[in-house]
Write a protein that binds this ligand. Sequence first.
Ligand code: AMP
Length: 174
Amino acid sequence: MPTAADLDAAIRDVPDFPKPGILFKDITPVLGDAELFKASLELLAETAGGAKIDKVVGIDARGFIFAAGVAQILGAGFVPVRKKGKLPWTTREMAYTLEYGESIVEIHEDAVKPGEKILLVDDLLATGGTAAASIKLLKALDADIVAVSFLIELAGLEGRKALGHSDVNALLTY
Ligand code: AMP
């Protein structure tokens, strides 16, 4: 099976996207390679540490790609956390701060039952604002968040501190 180093070699750095000064980590070469994509899902699934997971929660939008596959491997359900206005049923919402301005994420209020064991997944941890808001939503639903896992962590932004969770994992750290 390919390793994290193989994933690292495939991830493409795109300078100044989507705006000047951002070095965008493009994961599409991983997705486009059957073996690398499968390995990324299996390595993320391992971060659950063998715990029985009820739901894998993915964050809009690239988080969905990984969370859905991890859910299949773990025999768990998949739940989307979406940007405001996309979910059709009754939602809980949480606002968070971006570099410029504010954004809101939502979850269906019946998507997770109290006490269910959750693995939260996204592609990349930057400042941690998006994941922290997702954690707050899950806590508001009384979920038991077992672990929070990312393909990539940009360690210099110290997003991990914003999450306030003891089990934060990244397959690759830059
Ligand atoms: P944050 O809330 O700051 O942790 O931002 C995390 C979200 O923004 C993730 O869902 C990423 O998809 C995206 N993101 C932030 N910075 C980058 C980057 N340098 N390259 C790729 N995606 C990024």
